[in-house]
Design a protein around this ligand. Structure first.
Ligand SMILES: *[C@@H]1O[C@H](CO)[C@@H](O)[C@H](O)[C@H]1NC(C)=O
Ligand SMILES: *[C@@H]1O[C@H](CO)[C@@H](O)[C@H](O)[C@H]1NC(C)=O
Length: 473
């Protein structure tokens, strides 16, 4: 027989336990939410496992002994949480002879495929272990599609000095100008699945928190991550049936208004100004998708849209093969063309500049050169531009054919995209320029790229809608 005070005691214990459990669910959620968002800025951590690695594929025997085997590597430490919370697993990389590796430098691509499609974020712990982190919102059974692209830092090496010229001047877009020797050394594209992942699935249980609690966790975590950045949207989410993009955070009209209020120092008035898209073919395709057919963004939100199509310099120059004499990136020249746009009279306070500089830099220039370009572009924007500049990151690449990865696109690896993005994102954030990170939406897009680099325009429909909402609220 229980006394009344004992019953109260039990009730209090139960309530306290639930409060503690709620708090620890939130704490764990917050840690992982913030890790994923710091990852997209943390170029130092991305680079670290490869900074002092001296054995590369041209070391012949050593390379063969030390490279990671996707057949032998194995999954361990699987931590499954209900929908609406972060799950993760780890991969112990092993060599062909099944020896445990104790250092990092591999390039993995991970997709979780089930009731929704999501790319996992891969953390290289630089001890042979890789962690795959992901937030699933739709419970159910998921397949793990985990691909090893490169090993031993092959996915992160810089192109040789003459690559710039060769990749831009070879008329047939094949590496006809590259010596056989260079060609064979520079491949190394593996593109093979982690075997043990093919044999297993993950079952994500139904959520234990309400939709409301999950949304609150996201917003609260987001405020507590302590990341200084003018993000135009969170960028993370998942694709659900029928290829519909669902962002994690349930942004409402009020959220856009408050975001706009935070960016009050920009003056765009609805219906005025030019929306200028500046970048390479990825940006050019994006421009095409807002002007044909003409979208609201270019009709009523802005007065008009326009664009500049660059590789490194404006694209038209290459048709004249004008740049083939150059063997490397020339930063002042990049700036000269950039200024021509910024100095236009219609690039006024009502205008906006959607800017990217990515694919061709990743493909043909080294990381040091890229850092200089980004830093210089930022300083030009600060100096000259009166409208709102928005940095758009470079989209992910999915599987490539091996002959492309052994040719003119050899250095356009997903790993290098992540590194270049992280540097540019963090530099833009630090300087207060708005950031639109399209990497997560592209890396999770179920059909992948259509030609190795470009996407169907439907993939970025949510981005166009976001811009329309942002600039009209
Ligand atoms: C998201 O917000 C909209 C509008 O406020 C609401 O109708 C919808 O139910 C919300 N969805 C979730 C999953 O919270
Ligand atoms: C874009 O700018 C170019 C160069 O000034 C101009 O010739 C062209 O007419 C503009 N296009 C549109 C659609 O406004």
């Amino acid at each position: 027989m229980l006394h009344r005070w004992e019953i109260w005691f039990i009730i209090i214990q139960v309530v306290a336990f639930q409060l503690r459990a709620g708090a620890s669910i939130y704490d764990e959620f917050k840690v992982n939410w913030c890790r994923q968002r710091k990852w997209r800025l943390d170029w130092q951590s991305l680079q670290k496992p490869c900074q002092n690695l001296n054995y590369r594929r041209n070391n012949g025997q050593l390379y063969k002994t030390l490279k990671t085997s996707p057949e032998q590597s194995e999954i361990f430490g699987v931590q499954i949480r209900p929908a609406g919370e972060y799950s993760r697993f780890f991969v112990q990389s092993r060599t062909q002879r099944a020896q445990k590796k104790t250092f990092g430098g591999d390039s993995w691509r991970v997709r979780l495929e089930g009731p929704s499609y999501i790319a996992g974020t891969v953390f290289d712990h630089n001890n042979g272990v890789y962690e795959v982190l992901f937030l699933i919102m739709e419970p159910g059974i998921y397949k793990i599609n985990m691909i090893l692209d490169y090993t031993l830092c092959d996915g992160l090496i810089n192109p040789p000095m003459d690559w710039f010229k060769n990749a831009h001047c070879s008329g047939h877009l094949k590496n006809v100008h590259l010596s056989k020797n260079l060609f064979s050394e520079m491949t190394g594209y593996i593109n093979e699945p982690l075997l043990c992942a093919k044999r297993r699935t993950l079952t994500i249980p139904w959520q234990r928190l309400s939709e409301m609690e999950i949304q609150n966790n996201m917003r609260e975590a987001d405020n507590e991550c302590d990341i200084q950045c003018n993000l135009m949207w969170d960028g993370f989410g998942r694709w659900v049936n029928g290829y519909k993009w669902k962002p994690y955070m349930n942004f409402t009209r009020a959220d856009y208004t408050s975001l706009r209020n935070q960016h009050k120092h920009y003056y765009h008035a609805v219906g005025r100004g030019v929306f200028w898209v500046y970048g390479d073919s990825l940006s050019y395709y994006f421009y095409e998708s807002i002007v044909s057919p003409m979208r609201r963004l270019c009709l009523t939100v802005f007065k008009e849209c326009n664009n500049t199509y660059n590789w490194i310099y404006p694209k038209t120059l290459y048709e004249l093969t004008e740049t083939c004499g150059e063997v490397n990136l020339h930063v002042p020249r990049v700036l000269k063309y950039f200024r021509q746009v910024l100095a236009r009279p219609d690039m006024d306070t009502d205008s906006a500049l959607l800017l990217n500089a990515g694919a061709h830099y990743i493909k043909t220039t080294n990381f040091q050169g890229y850092k200089e370009v980004i830093t210089a572009l930022i300083s030009e924007i600060k100096k000259m531009y009166k409208g709102q500049a928005i940095w758009k990151s470079t989209t992910a690449i999915h599987s490539q054919t091996a002959d492309i990865m052994g040719a003119f696109r050899r250095f356009m690896t997903n790993h290098r995209i992540q590194l270049y993005n992280a540097f540019a994102n963090s530099a833009m954030c630090a300087s207060g320029i708005s950031v639109l990170d399209v990497y997560p939406i592209s890396t999770s897009y179920p059909p992948g790229t259509k030609d190795g680099v470009h996407y169907n325009s439907e993939a970025f429909n949510p981005v166009i809608e976001l811009l329309e909402r942002y600039f009209s609220s």
